[in-house]
Design a protein around this ligand. Sequence first.
Ligand SMILES: [Zn+2]
Length: 209
Amino acid sequence: MTEASHIPQQLTACPDCDLLLQTTQDHHRMEGRCPRCKAVLWHSAKHTDTISFAAAISGLILFYPAITLPILKFSMVGQNGSNSLIGGIYRMWIEQEKMLAILILLCSLIAPLMHLLLTAVVCLSIRLNHFPPHFPQWLKYKCWMQSWSMLEVYAMGIIVAYVKMMHDGDVSVSGGTYCLCALLLCVILSSQYFYEEQAWQHWEQNKPA
Ligand SMILES: [Zn+2]
Protein backbone atom coordinates (compact mmCIF):
# COMPACT_ATOMS: atom_id res chain seq x y z
CA MET A 1 0.00 0.00 0.00
CA THR A 2 1.35 3.45 -0.92
CA GLU A 3 1.35 6.25 1.61
CA ALA A 4 -0.91 9.23 1.01
CA SER A 5 1.16 12.12 -0.27
CA HIS A 6 0.84 15.87 -0.45
CA ILE A 7 1.70 15.56 -4.13
CA PRO A 8 -1.44 14.96 -6.23
CA GLN A 9 -1.38 11.67 -8.08
CA GLN A 10 -0.98 11.51 -11.87
CA LEU A 11 -3.11 14.47 -12.96
CA THR A 12 -4.03 17.64 -11.16
CA ALA A 13 -5.70 20.90 -12.17
CA CYS A 14 -4.25 24.20 -11.03
CA PRO A 15 -6.77 25.76 -8.58
CA ASP A 16 -6.20 29.24 -10.03
CA CYS A 17 -5.86 28.87 -13.82
CA ASP A 18 -7.23 25.32 -14.38
CA LEU A 19 -4.08 24.17 -16.21
CA LEU A 20 -4.03 20.36 -16.25
CA LEU A 21 -0.70 19.02 -15.03
CA GLN A 22 0.88 15.61 -14.85
CA THR A 23 2.50 14.88 -11.50
CA THR A 24 4.53 11.97 -10.25
CA GLN A 25 5.73 10.96 -6.83
CA ASP A 26 9.29 11.67 -8.04
CA HIS A 27 8.54 15.36 -7.63
CA HIS A 28 10.03 15.40 -4.13
CA ARG A 29 10.35 19.10 -3.72
CA MET A 30 9.31 21.25 -0.80
CA GLU A 31 6.71 23.01 -2.87
CA GLY A 32 4.99 22.48 -6.21
CA ARG A 33 3.96 25.50 -8.27
CA CYS A 34 1.93 25.88 -11.44
CA PRO A 35 4.29 26.63 -14.36
CA ARG A 36 1.76 29.07 -15.85
CA CYS A 37 0.45 31.20 -12.95
CA LYS A 38 2.85 30.14 -10.15
CA ALA A 39 -0.03 29.11 -7.84
CA VAL A 40 1.01 26.72 -5.04
CA LEU A 41 -0.10 23.18 -5.93
CA TRP A 42 1.31 21.37 -2.90
CA HIS A 43 3.52 21.76 0.13
CA SER A 44 5.52 18.89 1.48
CA ALA A 45 5.63 20.24 5.03
CA LYS A 46 5.28 17.48 7.64
CA HIS A 47 2.71 17.17 10.44
CA THR A 48 0.21 19.42 8.66
CA ASP A 49 -2.66 17.06 9.56
CA THR A 50 -1.66 17.33 13.25
CA ILE A 51 -1.74 21.14 13.06
CA SER A 52 -5.12 21.07 11.31
CA PHE A 53 -6.53 18.61 13.89
CA ALA A 54 -5.16 20.60 16.87
CA ALA A 55 -6.53 23.85 15.43
CA ALA A 56 -9.97 22.30 14.86
CA ILE A 57 -10.15 20.92 18.43
CA SER A 58 -8.92 24.24 19.90
CA GLY A 59 -11.53 26.06 17.81
CA LEU A 60 -14.30 23.79 19.10
CA ILE A 61 -13.21 24.45 22.71
CA LEU A 62 -13.17 28.22 22.07
CA PHE A 63 -16.49 28.24 20.25
CA TYR A 64 -18.84 28.44 23.24
CA PRO A 65 -17.05 31.32 25.04
CA ALA A 66 -16.57 33.15 21.71
CA ILE A 67 -20.30 33.26 20.99
CA THR A 68 -21.61 33.77 24.54
CA LEU A 69 -19.12 36.17 26.18
CA PRO A 70 -19.61 39.93 25.68
CA ILE A 71 -17.68 41.30 22.69
CA LEU A 72 -17.75 45.06 23.32
CA LYS A 73 -18.63 46.89 26.52
CA PHE A 74 -19.77 50.46 26.18
CA SER A 75 -20.82 53.29 28.39
CA MET A 76 -22.73 56.12 26.69
CA VAL A 77 -24.66 59.05 28.20
CA GLY A 78 -25.00 57.25 31.52
CA GLN A 79 -26.04 53.93 29.98
CA ASN A 80 -23.95 50.78 30.10
CA GLY A 81 -24.27 47.84 27.76
CA SER A 82 -22.55 44.82 26.26
CA ASN A 83 -23.47 42.23 23.70
CA SER A 84 -22.34 38.81 22.58
CA LEU A 85 -22.53 37.21 19.14
CA ILE A 86 -25.51 35.05 20.05
CA GLY A 87 -27.13 37.98 21.90
CA GLY A 88 -26.76 40.16 18.79
CA ILE A 89 -28.44 37.55 16.60
CA TYR A 90 -31.33 37.25 19.10
CA ARG A 91 -31.67 41.04 19.23
CA MET A 92 -31.90 41.24 15.44
CA TRP A 93 -34.51 38.48 15.41
CA ILE A 94 -36.81 40.22 17.91
CA GLU A 95 -36.34 43.55 16.12
CA GLN A 96 -37.75 41.98 12.94
CA GLU A 97 -34.41 41.83 11.09
CA LYS A 98 -34.99 38.14 10.59
CA MET A 99 -33.19 37.70 7.25
CA LEU A 100 -30.07 39.39 8.61
CA ALA A 101 -30.27 37.30 11.79
CA ILE A 102 -30.50 34.07 9.76
CA LEU A 103 -27.58 35.14 7.53
CA ILE A 104 -25.33 35.92 10.53
CA LEU A 105 -26.46 32.71 12.25
CA LEU A 106 -25.51 30.69 9.15
CA CYS A 107 -22.22 32.40 8.21
CA SER A 108 -20.85 33.31 11.67
CA LEU A 109 -22.10 30.44 13.77
CA ILE A 110 -23.37 27.28 12.04
CA ALA A 111 -20.90 27.20 9.10
CA PRO A 112 -17.71 27.76 11.20
CA LEU A 113 -18.93 25.26 13.81
CA MET A 114 -19.69 22.59 11.20
CA HIS A 115 -16.41 23.34 9.42
CA LEU A 116 -14.38 22.81 12.61
CA LEU A 117 -16.41 19.76 13.61
CA LEU A 118 -16.05 18.06 10.23
CA THR A 119 -12.33 18.95 10.01
CA ALA A 120 -11.84 17.34 13.45
CA VAL A 121 -13.84 14.23 12.47
CA VAL A 122 -12.01 13.81 9.12
CA CYS A 123 -8.58 14.32 10.74
CA LEU A 124 -9.49 11.88 13.54
CA SER A 125 -10.55 9.24 10.98
CA ILE A 126 -7.20 9.64 9.20
CA ARG A 127 -5.25 9.49 12.47
CA LEU A 128 -7.09 6.37 13.64
CA ASN A 129 -6.92 4.89 10.14
CA HIS A 130 -10.63 4.18 10.41
CA PHE A 131 -12.69 5.19 7.39
CA PRO A 132 -16.46 4.80 7.76
CA PRO A 133 -18.63 4.78 4.59
CA HIS A 134 -19.71 8.39 5.31
CA PHE A 135 -16.12 9.70 5.07
CA PRO A 136 -16.54 11.14 1.50
CA GLN A 137 -19.72 13.00 2.56
CA TRP A 138 -17.93 14.45 5.60
CA LEU A 139 -15.11 15.65 3.37
CA LYS A 140 -17.48 17.23 0.84
CA TYR A 141 -19.60 18.94 3.55
CA LYS A 142 -16.42 20.17 5.23
CA CYS A 143 -15.38 21.98 2.03
CA TRP A 144 -18.92 23.26 1.51
CA MET A 145 -19.12 24.63 5.05
CA GLN A 146 -15.69 26.21 4.66
CA SER A 147 -16.97 28.31 1.75
CA TRP A 148 -19.92 29.55 3.86
CA SER A 149 -17.85 30.26 6.97
CA MET A 150 -17.37 34.06 7.15
CA LEU A 151 -16.35 34.65 10.73
CA GLU A 152 -13.72 37.15 9.55
CA VAL A 153 -16.50 39.39 8.17
CA TYR A 154 -18.06 39.47 11.65
CA ALA A 155 -14.65 40.26 13.18
CA MET A 156 -14.29 43.12 10.69
CA GLY A 157 -17.72 44.38 11.81
CA ILE A 158 -16.49 44.46 15.43
CA ILE A 159 -13.49 46.60 14.42
CA VAL A 160 -15.76 49.01 12.48
CA ALA A 161 -18.21 49.22 15.43
CA TYR A 162 -15.33 49.86 17.84
CA VAL A 163 -13.86 52.67 15.69
CA LYS A 164 -17.30 54.25 15.12
CA MET A 165 -18.28 54.20 18.80
CA MET A 166 -14.96 55.08 20.44
CA HIS A 167 -15.57 58.86 20.05
CA ASP A 168 -19.17 58.75 21.30
CA GLY A 169 -18.60 57.01 24.60
CA ASP A 170 -16.42 54.72 26.63
CA VAL A 171 -15.96 51.52 24.58
CA SER A 172 -13.74 48.61 25.56
CA VAL A 173 -13.11 45.19 24.07
CA SER A 174 -14.20 42.31 26.25
CA GLY A 175 -13.43 38.61 26.73
CA GLY A 176 -15.59 37.57 23.76
CA THR A 177 -13.37 39.54 21.34
CA TYR A 178 -10.23 37.71 22.48
CA CYS A 179 -11.99 34.34 22.19
CA LEU A 180 -13.35 35.30 18.77
CA CYS A 181 -9.86 36.33 17.53
CA ALA A 182 -8.39 33.04 18.80
CA LEU A 183 -11.28 31.14 17.19
CA LEU A 184 -10.68 32.94 13.90
CA LEU A 185 -7.00 31.96 14.06
CA CYS A 186 -8.01 28.31 14.65
CA VAL A 187 -10.41 28.39 11.66
CA ILE A 188 -7.66 29.82 9.42
CA LEU A 189 -5.03 27.30 10.61
CA SER A 190 -7.38 24.32 10.28
CA SER A 191 -8.14 25.37 6.66
CA GLN A 192 -4.59 26.33 5.75
CA TYR A 193 -3.05 23.06 6.92
CA PHE A 194 -5.77 20.74 5.66
CA TYR A 195 -4.93 19.06 2.36
CA GLU A 196 -8.06 17.78 0.69
CA GLU A 197 -6.14 15.86 -1.96
CA GLN A 198 -4.27 13.95 0.74
CA ALA A 199 -7.52 13.13 2.57
CA TRP A 200 -9.00 11.74 -0.66
CA GLN A 201 -5.85 9.64 -1.19
CA HIS A 202 -6.24 8.20 2.32
CA TRP A 203 -9.85 7.32 1.54
CA GLU A 204 -8.94 5.75 -1.81
CA GLN A 205 -6.31 3.54 -0.18
CA ASN A 206 -8.31 2.52 2.89
CA LYS A 207 -11.98 2.59 1.93
CA PRO A 208 -14.02 -0.44 3.00
CA ALA A 209 -14.30 -3.03 0.25
ZN1 LIG B 1 -2.05 27.89 -12.66
